[in-house]
Design a protein around this ligand. Structure first.
Ligand code: NAP
Length: 252
């Protein structure tokens, strides 16, 4: 992959060789945790923002729906690790309800985390990327945006909007050296998936789904992390506004 090193700090006139700083939301669990581990292995300084505390050295507890909390966490990270040049938005919540049983508060809760949270974190870190003239944003959406999903209208609406936001920001910030891409995962073995299985919300067990998945296995968080690492690499600098499905062939 391209160099995770950047020879600049945000200090005016300052120039020193430091590792690029990446922030991963939802990095305390599942896909976000795997992304954080992968980026650390690739040489980035990684900070995690999550509702749940982590044992990460640079773990910050914040609710992505709360702009003040996001700004406070981002300022604290910037203070310790320097400008934030990579952002992966993996924080998310699911919800299962028949559309006509869905209260407006059910609807807004899911939209708030999955869509508005992405708005807040991107706005909070973009100034660093603009100043550096380099940035990478990867948004984790969902394979349900390819297919739709009954009882998840709020979730699919939010994740589809994230794909749209990704494409629009790619056009807006490409000229500033910032790429914006999305990875919509399908059927990845995380606490979110297992909790849906336990609540009988998957329409079968994980094993049943494996039998219907072309590559005949469940996705691993590391599969999603690999796609994120590629988008973040220098080799992907000509790739922006793309939606790369990582789903074992369940959606093509
Ligand atoms: P996960 O294991 O539940 O991890 C999600 C993380 O996000 C959790 O640590 C959660 O904290 C955190 N989070 C939730 N709400 C937050 C908020 N308001 N502010 C900050 N952090 C918050 O789920 P996952 O399966 O890894 O999902 C990661 C992303 O992939 C999500 O966006 C999800 O929609 C998407 N996705 C997953 C799959 C799949 O098959 N697993 C498929 C499609 C899309 P708490 O645990 O404290 O709530």
């Amino acid at each position: 992959m391209g160099s995770p090193l950047v020879g600049r700090s945000l200090r005016k006139g300052g120039s020193r060789l430091v590792a690029k700083t990446a922030v991963v939301t939802g990095g305390a669990s599942g896909i976000g945790r795997a992304v954080a581990e992968r980026l650390r292995k690739d040489g980035f300084q990684v900070a995690v923002i999550d509702l749940s505390p982590t044992d990460d050295q640079f773990g910050y507890v914040a609710d992505v729906t709360d702009r003040e909390q996001v700004d406070t966490a981002v300022s604290a990270i910037r203070e310790v690790l320097g400008p934030i040049l990579v952002l992966v938005n993996a924080a998310g919540v699911e919800g299962f309800k028949k559309f006509m049983d869905m209260s407006f508060s059910d609807w807004t809760k899911v939209i708030n985390v999955n869509l508005n949270g992405v708005f807040h974190t991107i706005q909070a870190v973009l100034p660093d990327m603009l100043e550096a003239g380099w940035g990478r944003i990867v948004n984790i959406s969902s394979s349900s945006t390819h297919s739709g999903q009954p009882f998840m209208a709020h979730y699919v609406a939010a994740k589809s909007a994230v794909n749209g936001l990704t494409k629009s920001l790619a056009l807006e910030y490409g000229p500033s050296g910032i790429t914006v891409n999305a990875v919509p995962p399908g059927f990845v073995d995380t606490p979110m998936l297992r909790s849906a299985e336990q609540r009988h919300l998957l329409g079968g067990t994980v094993e049943d789904h494996i039998a219907r998945t072309p590559v005949r296995r469940v996705g691993r968080p590391e599969d999603i992390a690999a796609a994120c690492a590629f988008f973040i690499s220098e080799e992907a600098s000509y790739i922006t506004g793309q939606i790369l499905g990582v789903n074992g062939g369940r959606n093509t």
